[in-house]
Design a protein around this ligand. Structure first.
Ligand SMILES: Nc1nc2c(c(=O)[nH]1)N[C@H]1C(S)=C(S)[C@@H](COP(=O)(O)O)O[C@H]1N2
Ligand SMILES: [Mo]
Length: 159
């Protein structure tokens, strides 16, 4: 974890787990149209990570870099929502790599492309950086209840 933070940190597995495991039950929505309901994710809440590294006041966004080269980002206030979790278990079972293990992000209120798998680096940044899908036309707000799948459509419909 690095960037606009007071205490950059490299967390090994036990340090990560030491931040405290909680459960977050949520449904999972992909832009392609499918959803998986009632997933019980266990992991470290993003808030706990954030308290650990102490973001500077300039930090407004969080960028996620994954082991497969995938990237995505969230506004810091969205990432600090209490249901956002760095999951290492699903329904009490350690996450296999095909589910994004050892550690993946879960952002229940957003489309699944925000839920980055195989998290490698978390960077607190001043200005947003469009991620893999976001730079290919998908909505950067990714709100499944407003159905904002495509950036252009959302811009036109912003209330
Ligand atoms: N690292 C990484 N994370 C990723 C992706 C990816 O390609 N690489 N795809 C995203 C997309 S588009 C979806 S729908 C979900 C799929 O997660 P699942 O396979 O657990 O359902 O992961 C998201 N996170
Ligand atoms: Mo997706």
């Amino acid at each position: 974890m690095k960037g606009e933070v007071k205490k950059p940190a490299v967390l090994d597995w036990s340090a990560f787990l030491g931040l405290g495991i909680k459960e977050s039950v949520s449904d999972f929505h992909c832009v392609e149209g499918w959803s998986v309901l009632e997933c019980r994710w266990q992991g470290v809440p993003f808030v706990s990570l954030s308290e650990h590294i102490k973001p500077n006041r300039e930090a407004k966004f969080v960028g996620f870099n994954c082991h497969d080269g995938y990237t995505t980002s969230l506004p810091l206030d969205v990432a600090l929502d209490d249901d956002v979790i760095l999951a290492c278990k699903l329904n009490e079972k350690w996450l296999d790599s095909d589910l994004g293990g050892p550690v993946r992000l879960i952002v229940p209120k957003k489309y699944a492309y925000k839920s980055a798998m195989w998290i490698k680096i978390i960077e607190f940044i001043k200005t947003d950086r469009l991620g893999y899908w976001e730079s290919r036309g998908y909505s950067n707000t990714a709100n499944p209840w407003r159905n904002d799948r495509w950036a252009r459509i959302t811009e036109e419909h912003k209330a």
